[in-house]
Design a protein around this ligand. Structure first.
Ligand SMILES: [Zn+2]
Length: 198
């Protein structure tokens, strides 16, 4: 089974073959098409845009930082009811607290956030591979040895949420007040529902 098949368990086989063909035929032209659609969309956005004095302040209004996955099926601001200026949203593959630590420290020490939400999700792509599989793919595709790298594969989502919360609550760079306001959640992309784990 190829990595693409394993990484996209929610997609249909026909979509997978389309994606594979897409990757293999990627050209600079594709990037240009994407760029022009983004520029057009942004022009529409700017024409309706208005910023308030409140949301232009650097400290987040709700004094919270959210760490969640880069998954395309999560729109954190919509799911959590956040407006511009409300919260720091930190995203990476799997919503890893370890990877987000640098941003969390900046968020707390310089911009006064006092709470952290760790939000992972069901059907996460990070549960579909392990380090040796990705090391092999990298070797094959790039000819590079990345065997020492940990790409943060997840075996069990709920356990990963608990581990990340524990990691933050015992980390010397996370202040006591924030530790007490650090919670872990699982989001379901099929229903939009957020469930508290810890
Ligand atoms: Zn994910």
């Amino acid at each position: 089974m190829t990595l693409i098949t394993r990484i996209l368990p929610r997609k249909t086989p026909s979509l997978l073959s389309t994606l594979r063909a897409h990757f293999h035929s990627a050209t600079p032209n594709m990037t240009l098409n994407l760029e022009s659609s983004i520029v057009a969309a942004n022009e529409g956005y700017v024409s309706k845009f208005s910023a308030s004095d409140e949301n232009l302040l650097l400290p987040p209004v709700k004094e919270v930082a959210v760490v969640t996955c880069m998954d395309t099926n999560i729109m954190p601001a919509s799911a959590l009811g956040f407006k511009l200026g409300d919260a720091h949203l930190i995203r990476n593959g799997g919503g890893s607290a370890r990877e987000a630590l640098r941003s969390l420290v900046v968020s707390q020490q310089l911009f006064g956030t006092k709470a952290i939400l760790i939000i992972k999700h069901t059907d996460c792509g990070m549960t579909t591979f392990d380090n040796p599989t990705l090391h092999g793919t990298i070797k094959k595709n790039l000819g590079v040895d990345a065997d020492g790298e940990d790409f943060g594969a997840i075996e069990n989502i709920e356990q990963a949420v608990r581990d990340d919360v524990e990691f933050l609550k015992t980390h010397k760079l996370i202040p006591e007040v924030v530790r007490g306001n650090t919670t872990g959640w699982i989001y379901d992309p099929k229903t939009g529902k957020l469930t508290k784990v810890v």
